[in-house]
Design a protein around this ligand. Structure first.
Ligand code: AHM
Ligand code: MG
Length: 328
């Protein structure tokens, strides 16, 4: 991976501190992957007694993965602050952050409800830079729009461990090679096909959905005799990282809309460490990511644990969904 990061990305070589930080994040993913693969033998499956700021019961591995990310991201002396799904407060590492210092946002273990049933989970991360010198006690300084991200990525802990990264000029996928322990570039220049006939949504929430989402779903499952005139396939892994990885590999569209069950919170998925990094990756691979009405990367965050509706994937399907939201 180092060789790849040292090669010119887009117009400019990457800053050496960013390369170190990305290597520390890759190490975090390697360690988490190893911890997960211990499965029942490691005695780390199951829940803890605590809940996170989202009110969700934390799994033991949620806590472990968070500690791993915090430990490794703290190595880089250009990191000003960390924002984690598992931690209520912004974690300031610098007392006097300087312009250009890094802000790292992460969901250390996404889809962790899949752990106990041995299905894919992952880690998601996003990196932005502070635009100006600030007072470290001001948590509002981390509320940067997704368009400010300089880098985003995820690791999926599936049958193999992958690491997918964008630094703003395309998307590249690496596979963890057992033996050498390295992430090797295996999927250069990933591109999401513009058209697809596969969608992913938790259809058990059908009665809670808004009309545009119901319309889209109804038309998809109507098949060749319906208005879309083709047969769609449906998938739901309850692990956003696995869904996005499938979409980057063979196309598709993923929806976690706002519905009557999550409207008070503004949706299910978190903007700063789930929606934003995935939106940057999807756009960099030629896809689109919206809330149904707005481009995700344009949203101005109001809090660091803010939730948003998410529609992302193959451009043609996202366009259809945007149109149905406009029509409604
Ligand atoms: P988490 O970060 O607490 O794991 O929640 C996010 C996950 C996503 O990976 C996935 O798309 C979604 O929650 C699944 O939700 P549901 O259980 O409602 O299907
Ligand atoms: Mg998550």
């Amino acid at each position: 991976m180092r060789e790849f990061l040292l090669s010119k990305q887009g117009q400019h070589p990457l800053d050496k501190d960013l390369i170190f930080l990305l290597e520390d994040i890759a190490t975090s993913c390697r360690v988490i992957s190893h911890q997960i693969r211990g499965g029942a033998f490691a005695g780390q499956l199951g829940a803890t007694d605590s809940t996170n700021v989202q009110g969700e019961t934390q799994k033991q591995l949620d806590v472990i993965a968070n500690e791993v990310f915090v430990r490794h991201c703290s190595n880089c002396n250009r990191v000003a602050a960390l924002v984690s799904e598992e931690v209520d407060e912004v974690y300031w590492l610098k007392a006097r952050p300087q312009p250009g210092d890094y802000l790292v946002y992460f969901d250390p273990l996404d889809g962790s409800s899949n752990l106990d049933v041995n299905l894919s989970v992952g880690s998601i991360f996003s990196i932005s830079q502070l635009p100006s010198a600030i007072d470290a006690s001001d948590d509002r300084s981390v509320l940067l729009a997704g368009s400010a991200q300089i880098c985003a990525g995820y690791s999926v802990y599936g049958p193999s461990t992958s690491l997918v990264i964008t630094t703003g000029s395309g998307v590249n996928g690496f596979t963890h090679q057992q033996g050498t322990g390295e992430f090797r570039l295996t999927f250069p220049d990933m591109v999401i096909p513009e058209t697809t006939s596969e969608f992913a949504i938790n259809a058990s929430r059908y009665t809670l959905w808004e009309p545009p989402v119901r319309r889209y779903y109804d038309e998809c499952i109507a098949g060749t005799n319906g208005p879309r005139g083709k047969t769609f396939n449906m998938r739901w892994t309850a692990s956003m990282v696995a869904e996005v990885h499938r979409i980057l590999t063979r196309g598709g569209v993923f929806l976690y809309p706002e519905d009557a069950g999550n409207a008070d919170a503004g949706g299910k998925l978190r903007l700063m460490y789930e929606a934003n990094p995935m939106a940057l990756i999807v756009e960099q691979a030629g896809g689109a990511a919206t809330t149904g009405s707005d481009r995700i990367l344009d949203l101005q965050p109001s809090s660091h644990h803010q939730r948003v509706p998410v529609i992302l994937g193959s451009r043609e399907e996202v366009d259809v969904l945007n149109r149905y939201h406009r029509d409604a």
